[in-house]
Design a protein around this ligand. Structure first.
Ligand SMILES: Nc1ncnc2c1ncn2[C@@H]1O[C@H](COP(=O)(O)OP(=O)(O)OP(=O)(O)O)[C@@H](O)[C@H]1O
Length: 335
């Protein structure tokens, strides 16, 4: 059990921001909320947190509708900063702990642990507005976690963080999920989401376009990619495989989209006959490629839609130019 978003719909005047969005966030399963700018992620989180009322639909937690009392125990980190600039860092975290009902003693001890965990302990007495942007981001996270919420909703918590801070925050989120929290966060860093999240929800134009386990979505896309470094005088050998699309072609490095039904080893053998193959590998489409296929350029990943049907794609064919051709076909939608 955990969070269930059921048929949530919302409009800002004439502009429909969310249209019948449904998905689950399972307790203990780190879940990423993805989508292009303006897709509706922040609006969705605000509705989950009760900041905006949905026009239709509901949010359930452990099978029952969420009320304000539940939400008071949740942790939410909005995209925009909500910190008091002149307040010392430690006091800030303690203050938010107190707002969530902690005693001063408990709020202070949790603030100390959390600022240690987020590598801000040495800034305890310093003013908030003297922190760098990435440090303020981590402080904002501390204010969302100080009361040890069982539900954590974070709007782009990784934006602006350096690689060390990204690794540390990843560890913090993993640890919270392992401890049984229900945890949803939005991000545009798809490589990171692919590594960190077990499940994702992808929205576009206010609708759910992909939803499920990262591993299953990648495996069920119906495509594999053959990566080859082949020293061949031309790409003529690819002409024998009209069903294979070229995703990338740079110098001797090729990335091919190989549909089910074509044996990648047969393609590899043809490459070896054409020239020296120095390196090769068979890979599933990345989350980033699934994202592009679902919301931006149908055909880039040649992915299947979540219902298993194959997207008509505009990818290049062997021998064509190296860039995948875009298609004007609208993004796939989950029914
Ligand atoms: N206060 C508002 N008034 C009017 N329209 C709004 C308002 N807030 C958001 N919208 C519109 O709702 C849609 C969804 O916006 P939202 O901020 O939820 O997207 P998002 O997925 O979080 O985007 P981003 O990745 O850029 O943060 C957009 O078309 C946006 O212009």
């Amino acid at each position: 059990m955990g969070l269930e978003v059921r048929g949530v719909t919302y409009a800002f005047g004439e502009r429909v921001a969310l249209d019948e969005v449904s998905f689950d966030v399972t307790r203990g399963v780190l879940t990423g909320l993805l989508g292009p700018n303006g897709a509706g992620k922040t609006t969705l989180m605000r509705i989950m947190l009760g900041v905006l009322p949905p026009a239709r639909g509901e949010v359930l937690f452990d099978g029952r509708p969420v009320d304000d009392e539940d939400r008071r125990r949740w942790g939410y980190m909005p995209q925009e900063r909500g910190l008091y600039p002149g307040m010392p860092v430690g006091d800030q975290v303690v203050h938010f702990g107190r707002l969530h009902g902690l005693s001063r003693h408990d709020a202070t001890s949790r603030a100390r642990i959390l600022l240690e965990e987020l590598d801000l302990a040495d800034r305890w007495s310093g003013r908030t507005d003297k922190l760098s942007g990435g440090m303020q981001q981590r402080l904002q996270l501390a204010t969302a976690l100080v009361h040890e919420p069982e539900v954590i909703v974070l709007d782009e918590p990784f934006s602006g963080l350096d690689p060390v801070a990204v690794a540390s925050l990843s560890g913090t989120l993993r640890q919270r999920a392992r401890a049984g929290c229900t945890l949803l966060f939005s991000s545009h860093q798809l490589d990171l989401v692919q590594d960190l999240c077990e499940e994702i929800v992808m929205v576009d134009h206010g609708r759910t376009v992909l939803d499920g386990s990262v591993a299953e979505l990648r495996a069920s896309s119906g495509r594999r990619q053959l990566r080859l470094h082949v020293e061949a005088p031309s790409r003529a050998w690819l002409g024998a495989f009209p069903e294979v699309s070229v995703i990338d072609d740079e110098a001797d490095d090729l990335r091919l989209d190989v549909p089910l039904g074509t044996d990648p080893l047969v393609v590899l053998d043809a490459a070896r006959r054409a020239g020296r193959v120095v390196d090769f590998g068979l890979e599933l489409p990345t989350l980033s490629q699934l994202f592009l296929a679902a919301v931006v350029e149908p055909g880039v990943a040649g992915s299947t839609r979540p219902d298993g049907s194959t997207r008509p794609d505009g990818s290049t064919r062997p021998g064509d130019s190296t860039q995948p051709a875009g298609s004007s076909e609208p993004a796939g939608r989950r029914p």
